[in-house]
Design a protein around this ligand. Structure first.
Ligand code: PBG
Length: 334
């Protein structure tokens, strides 16, 4: 009963000991939730660090294989591969994307040979291959991305990726009708088992900056502020994001993705209520960079911010999290 001033309800009972707190914990991170993005480069050189992403480097295919084995050993189930295309292989049409011996295809085969149990995801978009850094080919005026011409290329890319052994192609281009076109192309080429993880709600975000440094899509464009707002979503528009994601589902996507993750937890939560498909969220390069930058200055605790940022994404409703912290977190969870 207590005295008059004593509360009769005491929520703190559930927080009293570490064991009780563990029993009542509602959300947990697990290595199997995590997908590690990896950058592949050609040649035999040492890893090339990405300046704005401490701990992240572009790896040659031997190092990529070693990293894949290490990640699999830590219980990580998936990797998302991104190629670094040498400038001399880029052109306005991104034709390197359709080279049957291009780096990304060799990277897929290398990872599959090294760690066959890993689920491999590869991006469908032209930005690693175009001199202008856009995700597609430009229209006749050269001022905007030509939707349908780009989709036709992405569909051919998807078939090459599937043939190399990728498990999921991940259209990250935000063109209209791409999921439908990619599904038809895959099925038509006998790759009915290859899945589509659609970057469904991909926002025109400033948080992609460090990634563009990593794959060289920003320098190539010769501009820091590469403007993708005619295809990526306006950060102000949750309804439009949901509508676009629903369209991807109806076109046959096997899983949907929200990107970036941390600043868009509301979109993750809302989409979770609207789809029964697996939902992924991409904690992008800038989210990773800002935690590292603050930690370097001694302003934030790296491990605690890392874990809290990922737990928040999981709590919002993401099943899979693409994060550059994947390896460190999986190691810490052991
Ligand atoms: C390209 C692509 C981007 C990212 C993944 N795929 C960048 C962009 O759209 O410019 C960003 C990932 C990151 O920032 O970590 N289609």
């Amino acid at each position: 009963m207590g005295t008059d001033s004593a509360p009769s309800r005491r929520p703190r009972r559930l927080r009293r000991t570490a064991a009780i707190r563990d029993l009542v914990q509602e959300t947990r991170l697990h290595p199997a939730d995590l997908i590690a993005p990896l950058f592949a480069k050609d040649g035999t050189g040492a890893p090339t660090p990405v300046g704005s992403m401490p701990g992240v480097a572009r790896l040659n295919l031997d190092d990529l294989q070693q990293e894949a084995r290490a990640l699999a050993g830590l219980g990580i189930r998936g990797v998302a591969l991104f190629p670094v295309t040498p400038t001399e292989r880029k052109d306005p049409a991104g034709s390197e994307a359709l080279n049957p011996d291009c780096l990304i295809l060799r990277a897929v085969r290398a990872v599959k040979a090294a760690a066959p149990q890993l689920v491999v995801f590869t991006d469908l978009a032209l930005d690693p291959y175009t001199t202008h850094g856009h995700d597609g080919v430009l229209d006749a005026a050269g001022t905007d991305v030509d939707n349908d011409a780009t989709v036709a290329i992405l569909a051919r890319m998807a078939v090459l990726h599937a043939r190399a052994g990728t498990d999921f192609v991940a259209p990250s281009d935000m063109m209209d009708g791409r999921v439908d076109a990619v599904r038809r192309a895959l099925d038509g080429a006998g790759h009915g088992g290859t899945g589509i993880l659609a970057y469904s709600a991909k926002f025109a975000s400033a948080y992609y900056g460090p990634f563009r440094e990593a794959v060289g899509s920003a320098q190539a464009a010769g501009t820091r502020g590469l403007d993708k707002r005619t295809y990526q979503l306006n950060p102000a528009n949750p309804r439009e994001a949901l509508a676009d994601a629903m369209l991807d589902e109806s076109e046959g996507a096997d899983a949907l993705m929200v990107k970036p993750a941390g600043p868009y937890l509301d979109i993750i939560a809302e989409l979770r209520r609207h789809t029964l498909l697996p939902l992924a969220a991409y904690q992008v390069s800038g989210e990773y960079a800002q935690i590292h930058a603050a930690a370097e200055r001694g302003w934030l605790d790296l491990e605690r911010c890392r874990d809290e940022s990922l737990l928040a994404i999981k709590r919002a409703g993401a099943d899979w999290i693409l994060t550059y912290f994947a390896k460190d977190v999986a190691a810490a969870l052991r």
